[in-house]
Design a protein around this ligand. Structure first.
Ligand code: SAM
Ligand code: FES
Length: 357
């Protein structure tokens, strides 16, 4: 325990660790070590964000996807998925409801759907920004070319979520068909950052073929890339995908990784994801207590919620936006945290003189 405690203290002090230290933290089974890791991550999270929790309204606007990722329930080969698209008016009415509920960030997430040309997406972004100029718009629509990312940025998009999925090339090849490559994913991430987006990368915890070594590569990539946000959540199998019989990622490993990421990158915007809430009824609360500072309640219309199924048993598919919003507030209050009405930007953006970097 003493040696592991020293490793955790080093991680907090240096905000990084040599590979061997990461390996020890990723493989230890000692309960006290993991509790110490959690406590340090929560302390760092408190020193940066206090007891505030940022909320993002997630609008799942299309489940059409041209890709065929082996893990994903909305992959194009899943002929059982009931496909839908939201119109600009439907998206704006989600925003209206969201604004009234106190959301100041909207996340537009969808499959890679060719129907949404740059023109259509930019029109939607412009309409959102003109109706809600005090809100941030986050896009999460996968890999597109530089011109497309630039056009959306000019239209007013502020942030972009694109999980890198895994930093290991061979592992990437086991999760995706050959037309999808790690190289292209990474290029997109670098382009997004160059353009000026606040960028989020991330990965699934416990995805098939993931090992301690691939996780170390993920952590080193995050250290080097310095994203503004990191989205991690457990892999959960979907019954109509090639990975239907694979085991889900665990609560314990997801919490451990959230804490390590918080210590490596004290300022990062780190969500406690819906997938974490799906594998454990208190998953999101435990995520916040392990160092996360963001939650993303669903703002999609109730009629389509049950159709945006990336994995089995997803929570909140029968709820209204307001129910999710207030449920989240209560859950956070119970553990001593407070949901705030705020855009929740990356701190260095808002206040470059804050002393953090
Ligand atoms: N198309 C966009 C993209 O590729 O970034 C956004 C939508 S995509 C479905 C969002 C994320 O869902 C993926 O990056 C992936 O990590 C996650 N995801 C997909 N299938 C999952 C599963 N079975 N379990 C947990 N997360 C999953
Ligand atoms: Fe749609 Fe993977 S199947 S992004």
């Amino acid at each position: 325990m003493k040696r592991k405690k020293e490793i955790i203290d080093e991680l907090e002090r240096e905000q990084c660790l040599p590979e061997e230290g990461l390996r020890e933290l990723l493989s230890t089974k000692e309960k006290e070590t993991l509790e110490y890791l959690r406590q340090r991550a929560e302390a760092v999270r408190q020193s940066v964000y206090g007891n505030q929790v940022y909320i993002r309204g997630l609008i799942e606007f299309t489940n059409y996807c041209k890709n065929d990722c082996y893990y994903c329930g909305i992959r194009r080969s899943n002929s059982l998925a009931e496909r839908y698209r939201l119109s600009r008016e439907e998206i704006l009415s989600c925003c209206k409801m969201g604004y009234e509920l106190g959301f100041r960030t909207f996340v537009l997430q969808g499959g890679e759907d060719g129907y949404y040309t740059d023109e259509r997406l930019c029109e939607i972004i412009r309409a959102m920004k003109s109706s809600y100029p005090d809100c941030a718009v986050t896009m999460s629509v996968g890999e597109r070319d530089r011109e497309s990312y630039e056009a959306m940025y000019r239209a007013g998009a502020d942030r972009y979520l694109l999980r890198h999925e895994t930093a290991d090339e061979a592992h990437y090849g086991k999760l995706h068909p050959k037309e999808l490559t790690r190289k292209s994913r990474m290029e997109c991430l670098r382009t997004l950052k160059e353009i000026g987006y606040q960028v989020g990368c991330g990965f699934m915890v416990g995805s098939p073929y993931q090992t301690t070594d691939t996780l170390i590569q993920d952590l080193l990539f995050i250290k080097e890339f310095k994203p503004h946000m990191v989205g991690i959540g457990p892999f959960i199998p979907h019954k109509d995908t090639p990975f239907r019989d694979e085991a889900a990622g665990t609560l314990e490993m997801t919490l451990r990784l959230l804490s390590i990421i918080r210590l490596m990158h004290p300022l990062v915007l780190l969500p406690a994801t819906t997938a974490l809430g799906t594998i454990d009824a208190n998953g999101r609360e435990l995520g916040i207590l392990a160092g996360a500072n963001v939650v993303m309640p669903n703002l999609s219309p109730r009629e389509v919620r049950g159709k945006y199924l990336l994995y089995d048993n997803k929570i909140c598919t029968g709820d209204e936006a307001a129910e999710c919003r207030f449920c989240m507030e209560k859950r956070m209050e119970k553990i001593g945290y407070q949901v705030v009405v705020d855009r929740g930007d990356y701190i260095a953006y808002e206040n470059p003189g804050s002393g953090f970097s």
